[in-house]
Design a protein around this ligand. Structure first.
Ligand SMILES: Nc1ncnc2c1ncn2[C@@H]1O[C@H](COP(=O)(O)OP(=O)(O)OP(=O)(O)O)[C@@H](O)[C@H]1O
Ligand SMILES: [Mg+2]
Length: 370
């Protein structure tokens, strides 16, 4: 067993939320909030401005802190411009990294790069993997090179790049560097060249980044949570994303509207089924696809991977999330914690499993607990 360690929890907190106390002034036993009013306020703020859609709420940050505090001493560190100095003076034994980063396509790599520079071990993937996975086209290029099925795609920097292109329809147009369905609206599914042009314009002008145009897959959708490394990678029960409960006429995608506006705590959508109802063969096929992709992208400790079937029922890799969302409130329909719960793993244990996977990887623990 590892002894109690000093763990720094590094995060970005969502704007319009009360800032979480800084490392120096953090009480060691901060109360765990589970405040639906605050959650709904955060959702409402998001629909006005999605800039910080990926950042965590205070509720999530305090839930992770409380989980880690079951065994360790925890310091909170906000991943802002002071983070380098704060971490250099704290010298924690390990960092639990949930920081989404400040800005830019490599934002998720910022804190891991700082930690590499300081020689501090941390949970999760390294800057290279985080950077690649946040550029969906780079990740897909690697997968395609290795023969992993992923929807055909094309990257354009502006509408003028569409001239002379004859891309197959229907397609889905997504921002190249975002997560949390940011920029993926119901209108992102395009069936005509005019719709494609309008969506490319919206994405490139609104987000100032290239648009990824992908073959639209019409089959069932799944998301898969993985924890561990090497031969010890554990695939948690597969979550199916269901579209039956979306408003009539909505496209069958997990859009920004679906995730943050239509699915509310007051009127929850029936969006997830976990474990997904699959034949053992299909379950095995999806799990193997995800484990292979995890290995190919060199993910570490944990990741959530999105998969969708094509019309023929063949699974394709949509994207990898090496910093998965982990909302603690079960009513929030957060897939990673939901998959863990289906395996009988509560939130606190899930967080500690990720930490333990990192500790085993860096040689601070001999093995994972069962
Ligand atoms: N090629 C595709 N074919 C069909 N549906 C797709 C495709 N790409 C994306 N989608 C739909 O859009 C949703 C969001 O896409 P994607 O997972 O790429 O975005 P994201 O913002 O990175 O999501 P996350 O919240 O997982 O970070 C998917 O869950 C799926 O419903
Ligand atoms: Mg996704």
């Amino acid at each position: 067993m590892s002894t109690s360690l000093h763990v720094a929890l590094v995060y970005n907190v969502k704007h319009e939320e009360t800032p979480v106390a800084s490392a120096t002034e953090a009480p060691s036993t901060a109360p765990r909030t589970n405040n639906s009013v605050a959650v709904d306020a955060a959702r409402a703020a998001l629909t006005r401005d999605d800039t910080y859609a990926e950042w965590d709420t205070e509720e999530t940050i305090l839930a992770v802190k409380s989980a880690l505090e079951q065994r360790h001493r925890v310091s909170l560190v906000e991943a802002d411009r002071n983070a380098f100095n704060v971490l250099a003076s704290l010298q924690p034994d390990i960092v639990f990294n949930i920081a989404e980063g400040l800005r830019g396509p490599s934002r998720e790599a910022q804190i891991p790069a700082v930690l590499e520079m300081l020689g501090l071990p941390y949970t999760g993937s390294d800057p290279l993997t985080l950077g690649i996975c946040l550029d969906k086209s780079r990740a897909k290029e690697i997968l395609a090179y290795h023969g992993v099925a992923t929807p055909a795609f094309h990257v354009v920097e502006s509408v003028s790049d569409l001239v002379g292109l004859d891309l197959p329809l229907p397609a889905i147009v997504k921002p190249l560097h975002e997560g949390s369905s940011k920029g993926i609206m119901n209108s992102s599914v395009v069936r005509t060249p005019q719709e494609m042009e309008a969506e490319v314009r919206r994405v490139t002008e609104r987000y100032h980044e290239p648009a990824l145009i992908e073959q639209f897959l019409t089959g069932r959708e799944f998301t898969v949570a993985l924890i561990g490394n090497g031969d010890d990678v554990r695939v948690l029960p597969i979550v199916e994303i269901k579209f039956d409960d979306l408003p009539a006429g909505a496209n069958p995608i997990w859009s920004f509207e679906a995730k943050w506006m239509w699915d509310t705590l007051d009127k929850p959508l029936d969006v997830h089924e976990c474990p997904a109802q699959l034949t053992p063969e299909l379950e095995h096929k999806i799990a193997e696809l995800c484990k292979r992709s995890y290995r190919l992208l060199r993910c570490r400790d944990w990741c959530r991977i999105d998969v969708r079937f094509d019309a023929a029922g063949e699974p394709h890799l949509i994207e990898l999330n090496p910093l998965p969302g982990i909302l603690p409130n079960p009513d929030d329909h957060s897939c990673f914690p939901q998959a863990a719960r289906a395996a009988g793993i509560d939130y606190d244990r899930m967080i500690n499993m990720v930490l333990d996977a990192a500790l085993v990887r860096i040689g601070r623990r001999n093995s994972l607990p069962t």
